[in-house]
Write a protein that binds this ligand. Structure first.
Ligand SMILES: Nc1ncnc2c1ncn2[C@@H]1O[C@H](COP(=O)(O)OP(=O)(O)O)[C@@H](O)[C@H]1O
Ligand SMILES: [Mg+2]
Length: 186
C-alpha cells in the first residue's frame, strides 16, 4: 500500500540533493476541517520559475532529453486526487517550499503511514544535515529539531549513533502518544 510518508521521503531527498543544510518538515492535520497539509521546506540551491514549471509538469516541454523525475508530480497528483492542492515556491540561491494539502475524508486519500520512522531514517541517513520536524494535530504539537539535539549531544556524538537513533524513535513515539492522542492519521 502506498503511504504519504514515502512521498515525504522522496521530496526531502530532493532537498538533500539540492545541498540544503536545513530541511523542515511540517505535518499539520486539522481533523474538524478534514484537512492534512504537508510542507517540506529547505535552504538548498532553489529553482528558477521555469525549473519549477518543469518539475511540476515534467512533460511540459518536449525538447527535454534528460530523464524525467516523478517524485514531485506524484506527490502533487496524490494531493489533487483528494480534492486538495499543491504548490512549490522557490528562489534560486535561497531555497524551496513544497506544500501539499489533502482532504482526508476523500475516498482517494492515502494514509500518512509511519511519518516518525521516515523522519528518523532521514536524520540518521544524513547526519551532516539539520532537520526540523513539526507534527501538529488540531491544537497539539510534537517537535524535533536536530540543532537542539546537537547542542545537548556535543560535537563528538553524531546524530546517527545507535543510542541517539533509538532515543529519537522513543521520543517521537512517546510524544505522539502523549500529545497527539489518537490524533495521527495512520
Ligand atoms: N527542493 C529542491 N531544490 C532544488 N531543486 C529541486 C528540488 N526539488 C526538485 N528539484 C529539481 O526538480 C527535479 C525533479 O525532481 P523529482 O520530481 O523529485 O525527480 P528526480 O528527483 O528523480 O529528478 C530534480 O532533479 C531537481 O533538479
Ligand atoms: Mg526526487
Amino acid at each position: 500500500m502506498r503511504e504519504l510518508s514515502l512521498n515525504v521521503m522522496d521530496v526531502a531527498q530532493n532537498s538533500i540533493t539540492a545541498g540544503a543544510s536545513l530541511i523542515e518538515i511540517r505535518v499539520e492535520e486539522d481533523r474538524k476541517k478534514g484537512e492534512l497539509v504537508i510542507f517540506i521546506i529547505d535552504n538548498g540551491k532553489g529553482m528558477s520559475e521555469e525549473q519549477v514549471q518543469r518539475v511540476i509538469d515534467p512533460f511540459y516541454t518536449t525538447r527535454t532529453t534528460r530523464k524525467v523525475g516523478l517524485g514531485v508530480p506524484l506527490f502533487k497528483m496524490e494531493a489533487e486526487m483528494t480534492g486538495g492542492d499543491f504548490s512549490i515556491r522557490s528562489k534560486l540561491g535561497e531555497g524551496t517550499e513544497v506544500r501539499a494539502r489533502f482532504c482526508t475524508s476523500h475516498v482517494d486519500m492515502i494514509p500518512l503511514g509511519d511519518i516518525d520512522d521516515t523522519i528518523v531514517l532521514l536524520i540518521s541517513c544524513n547526519p551532516d544535515r539539520d532537520f526540523r520536524f513539526v507534527h501538529q494535530v488540531d491544537g497539539a504539537k510534537v517537535e524535533l529539531d536536530t540543532r537542539q539535539l546537537r547542542e545537548v549531544l556535543g560535537e563528538d556524538v553524531p546524530l546517527n549513533a545507535p543510542d541517539v537513533v533509538q532515543w529519537m524513535r522513543g521520543y517521537l513515539q512517546e510524544q505522539a502518544e502523549e500529545c497527539l492522542q489518537g490524533g495521527a492519521s495512520t
